[in-house]
Ligand binder design. Structure first.
Ligand SMILES: [Zn+2]
Length: 303
């Protein structure tokens, strides 16, 4: 028999031996849960089990202990089952090592700096590639905690279905506080699900679990995108925010003509910003068409 008990800390009232002569009988506190006892395997081997269950939650301790005992009783070799939290932490640590830091990109562009200054945001030190996994795994951890799922192997397809239905989109802010969330787009859901599947595949590869519960989730359908042209108001807003957002380009463009004109050229010609900035009078034909070789395609757009 192996039993779970609370190993009372000195500050706990049950640690007073005189008043409570049998401290192991009391569990209505938050002291760490330990196990003590032994079991006998089908082959007659006696195994002593003693030590911490790494939790202060009584129910979680019981689940962990059962998970440890079961394979012994079936005569299988025992691996201490991995918890959801451990699995996620290990996976993210591996990804942080796998994915090189993005030093290839170089410094932050003027527009990004201007945007961050206006929004009071700092540059991220974590690679985007790792963050995209954390975006879906942090809510998974919270979901498991709420639903009493301690061990990774306890997570079923049904749990993931429920988890999936609770995904939220971008937060909406009022006075700097999150007041609500937008609905998550189908594309966003699809990316979350892909990253979730990658995490569980990793868990199967490492033999933390036997099957990938995420692989049985139904496919998320992304509707074909509908193109909504900018409204006149969106155009005005775009023109108004050129100067604060692209100070450097704004200056360059002013040197040639007028920003608004340049943006109209951008709009009408679908040229790249860099090409519009470099436009010269001789690039415009007598019929009013623009004739240049663009940086990317060397094609000749006509306006
Ligand atoms: Zn206690």
């Amino acid at each position: 028999m192996v039993t779970a008990y609370r190993r009372h800390e000195a500050r706990c009232k049950y640690a007073k031996k005189k008043k409570y002569p049998e401290p192991r009988k009391h569990k209505d506190c938050t002291c760490p849960v330990h196990m003590d006892g032994f079991l006998t395997t089908p082959s007659g081997e006696k195994i002593v089990m003693r030590g911490s269950l790494d939790t202060r939650n009584w129910e979680h301790g019981r689940i962990k202990l059962n998970a440890m005992i079961e394979p012994y009783l079936r005569g299988e070799p025992v691996l201490r089952d991995i918890t959801v939290e451990d699995a996620i932490n290990k996976f993210l640590a591996t990804k942080r090592t796998d994915i090189p830091a993005r030093t290839d990109i170089g410094g932050e562009s003027d527009s990004v700096t201007a945007f961050r200054e206006r929004n009071g945001r700092k540059a991220d030190d974590e690679q985007d590639q790792v963050r995209k996994y954390r975006d879906v795994l942090t809510p998974l951890k919270a979901f498991c905690l709420q639903n009493g799922l301690v061990l990774l192997k306890q997570i079923t397809v049904d749990h993931l279905d429920e988890f999936r239905s609770a995904w939220k989109g971008r937060p909406t802010y009022r006075n700097g506080k999150i007041v609500d969330h937008k609905k998550k787009t189908q594309g966003g859901k699809q990316r979350y699900q892909q990253n979730l599947t990658i995490f569980f595949n990793h868990a199967v590869d490492r033999e933390w679990i036997l099957k990938n519960p995420a692989s049985k989730l139904t496919k998320i359908i992304v509707p074909d995108s509908v193109i909504n042209p900018f409204t006149p108001k969106e155009w005005t807003d775009t023109l108004d925010s050129i100067e604060p957002t692209f100070p450097k380009i704004h200056k360059m463009v002013r040197a040639i003509s007028d920003t608004v004109l340049a943006i109209l050229i951008l709009k009408e010609s679908a040229l790249r910003i860099g090409d519009v900035v470099k436009l010269r009078p001789e690039d415009i034909t007598p019929t009013g068409e623009i004739e240049i070789e663009t940086q990317k395609t060397a094609s000749v757009p006509k306006v």
